[in-house]
Design a binder for this molecule. Structure first.
Ligand code: F6R
Length: 363
């Protein structure tokens, strides 16, 4: 059943190109029906409220960057467990989006209930049709990534990101923020995601494994990213905590100087997600600042970034070139590989980490 892979997690990492291809098995013309919104409804959206937990929350946080840029709609992202117990202004025209692999997470269900009570229109991005969440929502976008067995979520995450990216492009076009040429460009890139993911897997697995061998005995790890890559840094840290029980933290690249840099020394490897985009120079400084404190810097970048970072860092992992937002989805695969190989070298129970369950059905 593991199809020759040592763990379900590894199998599911490798399944991502197919999982995302299945999730995106629709055409541009089908977008209104897959996202369940008419042109009029879309024009009336004033705010998007995303609610989710754990890895699904990271997908939501990442999508804030592209939904806001492409559609102009303000996006707020809350942990479902926080949303449920805080005061929420009942802003008219709010679309609440719950993101969940299982559709059975108690916190997310409770937050969804609150959003419905506030009178918000609701959309579930979910991998299990017929789950509690999908029965509550006005509309469901189904991530067709298949059964996810490993407790640590991987393919569900990239499928959620793909769904949210598609939604961003669709909303942007419907609201006239993106013109036809931009819509065409972004949707073409978007539908090429499975191929980009395939290339990412092919080109990074060995490099990551090799690097993991050099650092797996360390006890604290830091992940840095900016813009859409910041939530991927958070996700890298979460994955590592979950399956290797190590201390890992994710920060926005620009925040490190405001405190976290104090923990950096030669025993704290730093993963820097640094595609060659408008923030590359900033990430380059993060590499230099942490390397100056002795950190082994592992930079994840593309061909152009590698030419500049080459000799400055401890290790390089090269992803394919893509637009800045899509690099976040590709980098998700790289941080999953890191967590996986480090946990494997430490002989951890990868598919069934201690203290965790696949679906958290209590609040
Ligand atoms: C991370 C993980 C958890 C879940 C979270 C939400 O690897 O598995 O953080 O992402 O509990 O679960 P769903 O998506 O089922 O609502």
């Amino acid at each position: 059943e593991k199809g020759g892979y040592k763990h379900f997690m590894l199998k599911e990492i490798y399944e991502q190109p197919d999982a995302v291809a299945d999730t995106l098995r629709f055409g541009v013309e089908d977008m209104p029906s897959v996202f369940g919104m008419s042109g009029k409804q879309i024009k009336n959206i004033k705010k998007i409220q995303i609610i989710a937990c754990g890895t699904a929350y990271h997908a939501g946080l990442c999508s804030k960057y592209f939904i806001e840029e492409y559609s102009g709609i303000p996006v707020e992202v809350d942990y479902a467990s926080e949303y449920k117990y805080r005061f929420v202004p009942s802003t008219p025209g709010t679309l609440a989006i719950a993101v969940s692999q299982s559709g059975e997470t108690a916190d997310t269900i409770a937050a969804m209930k609150k959003a419905k009570e506030a009178g918000f229109k609701t959309l579930a991005i979910c991998n299990v049709l017929g789950s509690t969440l999908t029965r509550m929502a006005d509309h469901t976008f189904f991530t067709r990534c298949g059964l996810e067995i490993s407790v640590a979520s991987t393919k569900a995450f990239t499928s959620q990101l793909a769904a949210l990216y598609g939604l961003a492009v669709f909303l942007g076009f419907q609201r006239g923020v993106l013109n036809s040429a931009q819509f065409k460009k972004y949707s073409t890139e978007f539908f090429a995601l499975p191929r980009l993911l395939e290339n990412t897997i092919k080109n990074t697995a060995e490099a990551v494994k090799k690097t993991a061998k050099k650092i797996y005995k360390e006890k604290t790890f830091v992940f840095l990213g900016r813009s859409a890559n910041y939530p991927i840094a958070l996700e890298g840290a979460l994955k590592l905590k979950e399956i290797s029980y190590l201390h890992a933290e994710g920060f926005p690249g620009g925040e490190i100087k405001h405190g976290p840099i104090a923990i950096i020394d030669s025993h704290v490897p730093v993963f820097v997600l640094a595609p060659k985009d408008n923030l590359f120079e900033k990430m380059l400084s993060a590499c230099e600042e942490t390397a100056a404190r002795g950190a082994k810097v592992i930079a994840v970048t593309d061909k152009k970034g590698a030419e500049i970072l080459g000799k400055k860092v401890f290790a390089l992992v090269k992803i394919p070139e893509a637009n800045s937002f899509l690099t976040a989805i590709l980098n998700a695969v790289v941080v999953q590989f890191f967590a996986y190989y480090i946990a494997d070298l430490r002989k951890c129970e990868i598919d069934q980490p201690r203290n965790l369950a696949k679906s958290v059905t209590v609040e």
